[in-house]
Write a protein of this length. Structure first.
Length: 166
């Protein structure tokens, strides 16, 4: 119950006489950031390709990767919500991932890394925008983890891939 309240940043009630979402009307005026359609396309393509794998697999890690790719950059991309979407408890999901030799954190880093590399190689979106779309509040942590995983900063990776493409 606590995880729902954390995700929605509001009190959540079950078994009520009415099902409803209540929010301020000014929320409807909030602009959705589609400033870089190429980046959005890459993220959707990645989720779609993972969906194909999910429909052919009953492997829990594949299903978790799909859930992560579908929710990346949102508050729904957390262990509690992914477990819920797979109709598992957090503890059961952790245990099943451990049996597969992985963890939610490793899977999430893998999805973030895949999308980041594709975005850097195939779009002109700036690193800040890519970091934000992947759920980072600022670029510094994104730069650090990208360099740790790939041995290059995002900017250096982009230069390298653009030089090898042409």
């Amino acid at each position: 119950m606590e995880s729902y309240s954390r995700v929605f940043a509001a009190d959540v009630f079950f078994d009520q006489p009415v099902s409803a979402l209540v929010f301020a009307s000014d929320v409807l005026d909030t602009q959705v950031s589609n400033t870089h359609p190429e980046l959005l396309k890459i993220m959707r393509d990645h989720a779609d390709s993972m969906l194909e794998n999910v429909s052919r697999s009953d492997n829990v890690a594949t299903n978790v990767r799909y859930q992560i790719a579908s929710t990346i950059g949102t508050e729904l991309c957390c262990l509690a919500m992914v477990a819920n979407s797979l109709f598992l408890s957090e503890r059961t999901l952790k245990r099943q991932l451990e049996k597969s030799g992985t963890s939610f954190r490793k899977l999430k880093l893998g999805v973030v890394d895949d999308i980041a590399k594709r975005s850097l190689a195939e779009t002109s979106a700036d690193v800040t925008e890519i970091a934000l779309k992947l759920g980072y509040a600022e670029t510094a942590p994104f730069d650090r983890i990208f360099k740790k995983l790939n041995g290059l900063t995002p900017t250096a990776y982009r230069k390298l891939t653009q030089n090898t493409r042409y």
